[in-house]
Ligand binder design. Sequence first.
Ligand code: FES
Ligand SMILES: [Fe+2]
Length: 447
Amino acid sequence: MNVESQKGLKPGEARAPGPSTKDIILQDTNKAPDALVTENFTYNAREDIAYERYYDPAFFQKEVEQLWSKVWQWACRLEHIPEVGDNYVYDVGPYSILIVRHGEGPEDIKAYHNSCLHRGTQLKPSDSQSHSAKLRCPFHGWEWNLDGTVSEIPCRWDFPKVTDEEFKLPEVKVGFWGGFVFINMDPDSISLEEHLEVLPDHFSQFFPLDRRYIEVHLRRELPCNWKAAAEAFIEAYHVRETHNGADPVGNGCTNAQYDVFGDNVTRFVHTIGYPSPNWPNETAEDIANSMEERIKAAQANRETLGEKYDLDLSGYSDSEMLDSIEYFCFPNMFLFPGITLPMIYRFRPNGMDPDSSLFDLLFLRPLKEGEEHPEPPEVVRLGPEEVYATVPNMDPGLAIVYEQDTSNLEAQQRGFKAGAKRVQTLANYQESRVRQVHITLDKYVKD
Ligand code: FES
Ligand SMILES: [Fe+2]
């Protein structure tokens, strides 16, 4: 008999002792948005997850063909391509997508497969950003207008088969939300709106995503499968071990709240400034004082950041001023709606290597009233030996946290292949979001 059924609980009903995240947030000063005190959890039973899914080349190939070429995924921000002629290349697995602003309207943006219709050369380099009035192939100079129509084919007399109609650049679907540009290579996919599930409703209750600018953007190659990388950031169960000692003010990891809103969107809310029921370093007195301390810390952040961003933050909840509130939208987008912790993460396959992934980390800070988006900072590409603390504007405390977060990944990827036990054993509640990744993945990837 397992522990839950001994206590008369159904699977997924057990919770850490002590106050829940919702109990804490309801005691905060300033009412939190309804989205933040909503709970949405039903135990999502699934068979144990085979390690093979993280390294088997055949499974990876299926993900490439059946998932990444069929799903909505965020590619860039609108401020990456503000001027007509700006372009941005988003690579995922073997695919390369060229996103181009062709007009001045807010959504005059098209996306193309980044491959010349002559002999295949990429029109723009992988993972690049540039500006050009035409899209010209560097090999023989075939050239297209920004709207994808043919501009010039050198020695056209030698290509009687080429018609303007048939040699338009093939388009990839684009969608927009919250200042992000999304792409989908499948012309028959569901709409972006449907894919985003509760996100537009929830984020209408937080500081608007499109009124934020990119303060920091780094990219790092991680020595593990894209799912292992994403899943290391999707639960707070690892906090006590991986980040032990990193947070002196208390850290509500064990009583974090987990929500599964649909196939694609899940969330955790992990309080800061109020100790976890089993955090080992807190005394009873610390716990008794912690609510008061949490409220004070939130107020201090309101004042400091309000001054820094020239904004009135007096109405924002303590939770938005402190907590680690993390939404995930399958398959590649992590969003933090908070003011103090406003991160965006993206994890994606790195070429055709199942053992490697790309991690993008951005901080999206609030714009001042009426302020235009500044030019985004250049992406800092961190080599394997370089530390997060070297990235300009990186918070030193968070730099340590990211070192810790990514320090286990190579060992996990190796351990996937080394085990006698071939499946992972997931917590019913705290690792429900990991299970949801695989439940949704199974809807795309079929045998
Ligand atoms: S491959 Fe592009 S012009 Fe020849
Ligand atoms: Fe972490």
